[in-house]
Each structure stands twice: as structure tokens, then as C-alpha cells.
Design a protein around this ligand. Structure first.
Ligand SMILES: C[S@@+](CC[C@H](N)C(=O)[O-])C[C@H]1O[C@@H](n2cnc3c(N)ncnc32)[C@H](O)[C@@H]1O
Length: 257
């Protein structure tokens, strides 16, 4: 069972049962509706870790993020779009409290089962998302979000980033990793085809169809747009790292109000 199901009072939702219900204003982007890869699919959630562990090292990624965020055993951290807990479970061993948030009940269930097996008591799981999670606990010291923000169109990314800033303490930090396009637009056809070929090599045919769906249907944006969104949302970008024209990570600090 997913614990801690409080939802967004800002939008009049208080629990997960209301998550998909009509109390959401008709104008609000429906972040529960999958675009591209469907993370609500229980079979996908079941196989997510074996698929991702074939090309990722969760422990190394999490240790790097913890170090970059500068968090320790006194810190409260939010993992937005936590999936099956790649970051949240490792971070729980290093931090005081981790709030693990995701719109997909299937992904959250996997994360929670793993946390239970590991005997981790300091993770709170919340079904919600960038636009609907209501952070009722103390302001967080840091937020990490890995490969999740691209599920929102750009306007909603800005709303989401502003909401993340509001969950942080003054000078709190944000680590954002995502697929962000930093190649020359004149070369987009060749670069996208190279990217798809590379994902097939690294992740097999499933990886290929996921990356095709990503480019076709999800909302990855350009580097200059992402930097503008972060700044408009109230973050100072301390470091922006671009890799291969497709991957980006940002380390940001919440700007003084
Ligand atoms: C590629 S997975 C990444 C999961 C995890 N962060 C990781 O590093 O493995 C994307 C995750 O984002 C979640 N997601 C999609 N839209 C979201 C939203 N609006 N708010 C929060 N999470 C969202 C999906 O349910 C999925 O678990």
C-alpha cells in the first residue's frame, strides 16, 4: 500500500482517491495521463529495474547526486518522479528523511516494496506529481528529479519548477537530470537518428522503441529553454552540464526572494 497519499490542496485534492477525480480544475494539465512510455503499466514497472540496471549504476548515480546536493544525515530531501526508487532508496541511507513522489502507483509500489525489504524507515511515499504533490512537511533542504520533468509541456514545466522552489528552504538546492536537446537544430535529423541507434546498442530493441517514443511524444525541450525556465522559476543555475547533445544535468540554488 502506498503511504502518505496527501495531494494538492492548492487544487482542492486531498488524497489519492481524488487524484484522478473531477475535483481537479478542468484547465489543469492532467499529469496522470501518460505521454510516450506508460509508467502506469504494471509489467513495465516490474521490469523497470532489470532493464535500467543493464545500463545504469543506481548507487553511483545517487552518490554523485548526494555529493552535488551537499546533503547529509541531517537533511530532508524530495525525489520528484522517483520511479522505483533509484535515487530515493540510496539517499535514504545518507539523509534524515526522503519524500519519494511519483504519479504512477505501479512505480511507487515497486519502490515501496524495495524499501520495505531493505528495512528503510525514513522514506515517505507520496502519490502525486510536479503539479499536484502538496509538500506538507518542513521545507526540504534539497530536491532531486531524474528523467521525469520531460513528461510536462514547457509551460507546465515552469509551473512545476516554481512549485519545487516553494518546497525548498531558502538556499535549498535542486538537482535536475533529463533529456534536453543541446545539439544544433540544423542537424536534428542526423543527431536524433544517432541517438536512437546508440540507445538500441546500449539498451536493445526496448530501449530503441522507448527512445523513439520519447522523441516523438514526450516533451524534452532545448537547453536555452530549460535554462530560462529554471531562472524564471526562481533558481540560480550553479552548473549546467550537457552530454552528447541529449542529456543534461543542472545544479541550482533557490534564489533569495
Ligand atoms: C524514466 S522514469 C525515471 C524514474 C526515476 N527517477 C529513475 O531515475 O529511475 C520517469 C518517472 O517519472 C514519473 N512521472 C511522469 N510524470 C510525472 C509527473 N508529472 N510528476 C511526477 N512524476 C512523474 C513516471 O511515473 C516515472 O516513474
Amino acid at each position: 500500500m502506498v503511504r502518505g497519499t496527501e495531494m494538492d490542496t492548492e487544487y482542492g485534492m486531498h488524497d489519492a482517491d481524488n487524484f484522478e477525480a473531477a475535483r481537479r480544475p478542468a484547465w489543469l494539465y492532467d499529469e496522470t495521463r501518460p505521454c510516450g512510455v506508460d509508467y502506469n503499466n504494471t509489467t513495465l514497472a516490474r521490469h523497470y529495474d532489470s532493464h535500467h540496471r543493464s545500463f545504469r549504476d543506481y548507487r553511483k548515480e545517487a552518490d554523485d547526486i548526494v555529493a552535488r546536493l551537499g546533503v547529509d544525515s541531517s537533511s530532508t530531501v524530495i525525489d520528484m518522479g522517483c520511479g522505483t526508487g533509484a535515487f530515493a532508496l540510496c539517499a535514504a541511507g545518507r539523509c534524515r528523511t526522503v519524500h519519494a513522489v511519483d504519479v504512477s502507483a505501479a512505480m511507487l509500489r515497486r519502490a515501496q516494496r524495495k524499501a520495505d525489504k531493505m528495512g528503510l524507515k525514513n522514506i515517505e511515499f507520496h502519490r502525486g506529481g510536479f503539479l499536484t504533490y502538496d509538500h506538507k512537511a518542513e521545507p526540504a533542504d534539497a530536491i532531486s528529479t531524474v528523467a521525469a520533468l520531460h513528461h510536462l509541456p514547457d509551460f507546465w514545466k515552469l509551473v512545476a519548477l516554481r512549485r519545487l522552489a516553494s518546497m525548498l528552504r531558502p538556499n535549498g538546492r535542486l538537482f535536475l537530470f533529463d533529456v534536453v536537446f543541446s545539439f544544433d537544430i540544423r542537424e536534428h535529423k542526423r543527431r536524433i537518428e544517432q541517438f536512437i541507434a546508440k540507445t538500441r546498442e546500449q539498451m536493445g530493441p526496448n530501449g530503441q522503441s522507448e527512445s523513439e517514443a520519447h522523441v516523438r511524444e514526450e516533451y524534452s525541450t532545448c537547453d536555452w529553454i530549460m535554462e530560462g525556465l529554471l531562472e524564471k522559476a526562481g533558481f540560480h543555475i550553479q552548473a549546467a552540464d550537457y552530454h552528447d547533445g541529449f542529456l543534461a544535468s543542472y545544479l541550482c540554488t533557490k534564489a533569495e526572494q
